[in-house]
Design a protein around this ligand. Sequence first.
Ligand code: NDP
Length: 252
Amino acid sequence: MAANVSLAGKTALVTGGSQGIGAAIAKGLAAAGAHVAVAARNAGKAQGVAAEIAAAGGSAEAVSLDVSDPASVTAAFKGLVERQGKIDVVVNNAGITEDGLILRMSKEAWDKVVATDLTGVFLVSQEAVKTMMRKKVAGRIVNITSVVGLMGNAGQTNYSAAKAGVLGFTMALAREVGSRGITVNAVAPGYIETAMTDRLTPEQRMALVGQIVLGRLGTPEDVAGAVVFLASEAASYVTGTCLNVSGGLFIG
Ligand code: NDP
């Protein structure tokens, strides 16, 4: 029997959906049939992605959302539930970096990354669980972490700690909400071709590729495929796990 990855009739919300990996995830979920709320602080940019989805025959809307601001998160969920009736899939993808070696890292840089990359996941997931339970939806929460949360990276103590925190959060929440039919999983991308990796010099890029078993950086679509799977019926018996999408940069 073929795996069922159709998301027809589902409503999905993707944080940080206005560019990079989040935009590919939004497009992937829409291509699988979901109505997608593309959420970001810059709603104009999110609107651009929603328009691209609509032009390709999908269904989408832009939502203004700052994951680090509880009031903004509550308002975004309230509005989306009023418009769509329910939310089935929530992808915690919004993330930032503020790199620096430990001796030079300001508390501000630490707090900023933790507020978005870890506390943001908590705030959004709390609203997601509330609405999924209230509407008795067999919901799906997918958290985008990173291989650096599994293996660390010099110059990224704040980001690595936040992303490792997301893994612990994913496992704990999966145990809390499984009895309600809600699954919670993580996806850990390796190095993906985005604005974040555009800054690499050709030498840095070559050194990186040398560490990747599959011999190339990943694409946003590589990550989107894993998210669509975890959001779909095909993954209904998968919860509390982390799918590592790193081309073998991390194996374990
Ligand atoms: P980008 O920097 O390209 O995009 C980040 C997105 O997040 C934007 O849409 C941005 O929109 C949004 N965002 C940032 N802060 C907030 C906030 N406070 N509230 C809501 N939205 C916010 O990131 P990538 O596509 O590269 O990365 C996406 C995710 O994947 C991140 O979690 C990242 O850590 C992770 N990742 C990326 C890798 C890579 O190689 N690129 C590797 C491993 C993991 P706006 O500014 O308008 O809010």
